[in-house]
Design a protein around this ligand. Structure first.
Ligand code: FES
Ligand code: FES
Length: 160
């Protein structure tokens, strides 16, 4: 076991864990953050996605000791009680069915729009390709990403 320091959603934490423990387990079991989900556990489905350094990262295959930067989970997306435009769009478009994959969908969409505020349909498909949904909500996801881009644009002027 080792003491490991983590910054998650603006808060500092110290955990006493085996350094090879996947970040996902530490987030869920030690820090009680249940936004990231265990899907495949193999880096294949995206359910466990978190954001590190502006990238969508699969926390199920990332040893906690390898994390050097702040982690943002689904719980950290809203600011001061205001939902992120992606979250607002997801509600507006009623995207989820069972909801299991949606942590990965929302965080992947957030990263996509932060990098490309005005994506084409093709760019959305490519950007979201690694986030799998067994309920096949892909058309709704595509529509919601477009709505989120519009909401983001009206909130910040970015992409206008
Ligand atoms: S649970 Fe991590 S990619 Fe599937
Ligand atoms: S909403 Fe059920 S797996 Fe995506």
């Amino acid at each position: 076991m080792s003491k490991i320091s983590l910054k998650v959603n603006g808060a500092s934490h110290s955990v006493d864990v085996d350094p090879t423990t996947p970040l996902l387990y530490v987030l869920r079991n030690d820090l009680d953050l249940h936004g990231p989900r265990f899907g495949c556990g193999l880096g294949q489905c995206g359910a466990c996605t978190v954001i590190i350094n502006g990238a969508a990262v699969r926390s199920c295959v990332l040893p906690v000791s390898a994390v050097r930067s702040e982690i943002t989970t689904l719980e950290g997306l809203s600011k001061g009680g205001t939902l992120d435009p992606v979250q607002q769009a997801w509600i507006q478009e009623q995207v989820p069915q069972c909801g299991f994959c949606q942590n990965g969908q929302i965080l992947t969409a957030k990263v996509l729009l932060d990098k490309n505020p005005n994506p084409t349909d093709e760019q959305i498909r490519k950007g979201m390709a690694g986030a799998l949904c067994r309920c096949m909500t892909y058309y709704k996801i595509q529509a919601a990403v477009k709505v989120a881009a519009q909401l983001k644009k009206s909130a910040t002027g970015v992409g206008a």
